[in-house]
Design a protein around this ligand. Structure first.
Ligand SMILES: [Fe+2]
Length: 289
């Protein structure tokens, strides 16, 4: 069967219709979805009635799930489900000034999930369970399209560079105490290749975002100028696909080449519950590309 695809943006993104993931899908259909993932970078499937088990089962078809930052359900069980939510595990809404809700404001900066890990993520799958009637959208841009737009001399300048990604640096933009000393030890700075190549399509992209701190071997001022320039070249208003969430939406994105950010919503007024699974990458980008 050929996928029923509707493109979401000139550069990237596709909505796929006619699939019910909760009923399970065969290998041939999954291969088509995987190819679409590699080609389109962001996939939207609406009307999915996923629970955590079916979300985990489907996500694992892309590869092993990240377990390095597990969250704890109220049973104390370690789970690969990340709750992106202002509602606690018992269903109670947390106030906007709650530490956990404030911590999530880090997601409002353009980023790639887990780029601060030695093996950065391949994919994130975000399933909407409860969404506010206004606000709380998610925006996506393609660093593949942005790379393609670069002048040749800038491509040549960045092709072999290595970037230091640092969670403590990025969370320091929220507040100085956003990361505890214990947590800090678990997330030392890591090196990532700046220009990555999709192993299936051969297309190149650059790889920056809020965790990208310094260019290896460069002074701080020049590093920050280049990283900010690359981010700004990717996130012009016309580059953005904005996703307005409906309950039942599943959005899958390629963290190797996409940047995303959450948009604000009134967390004192509305509940927002999204469950995320994160598929680990093939290895450190310096090795795996
Ligand atoms: Fe994210």
């Amino acid at each position: 069967m050929a996928l029923e695809l509707t493109e979401l943006h000139d550069d990237f993104g596709a909505e796929i219709a006619g699939i019910d993931l909760a009923n399970g899908i065969g290998d041939a259909l999954f291969e088509e979805i995987e190819l679409a993932f590699n080609c389109y970078s962001v996939l939207v499937l609406r009307g999915q009635t996923l629970d955590d088990d079916s979300q985990i089962e489907f996500s694992r078809r892309f590869g092993p799930l990240e377990i390095a930052t597990p969250t704890y359900a109220n049973t104390g069980e370690v789970t690969p489900i990340g709750r992106v939510s202002n509602v606690d595990a018992d269903g109670n809404k947390l106030p906007a000034d709650h530490t956990r809700v404030k911590y999530l404001t880090g997601n409002l900066m353009w980023h790639s999930d887990s780029s601060f890990k030695e093996t950065p993520a391949l994919a994130s799958l975000l399933s909407a369970r409860e969404v506010p009637p206004e606000g709380g959208d998610t925006e996506f841009v393609s660093q593949r399209a942005a790379y393609a737009r670069l002048p040749d001399n800038l491509k040549a300048k960045i092709d072999d560079l290595v970037v230091i990604h640092d969670f403590v640096f990025s969370r320091g933009k929220i507040s100085e105490d956003a990361v505890t000393p214990e947590h800090e030890k678990l997330v030392p700075p890591v090196e990532q290749r700046l220009v990555r190549t999709n192993p299936m399509t051969g297309e190149k992209n650059y790889f920056v975002g809020s965790h990208a701190h310094l260019i290896a071997g460069w002074p701080e001022a020049e590093s920050r100028a280049l990283i900010e320039d690359l981010i700004q070249r990717a996130v012009r208003p016309e580059d953005i696909y904005l996703h307005r969430w409906q309950p039942g939406d599943l959005v899958i994105w390629d963290n190797r080449c996409v940047l995303h950010r959450g948009r604000p919503f009134d967390a004192d007024k509305y509940r927002r519950v999204l469950h995320r699974t994160t598929v680990a990458g093939a290895g450190p980008s310096l090795v795996a590309g």
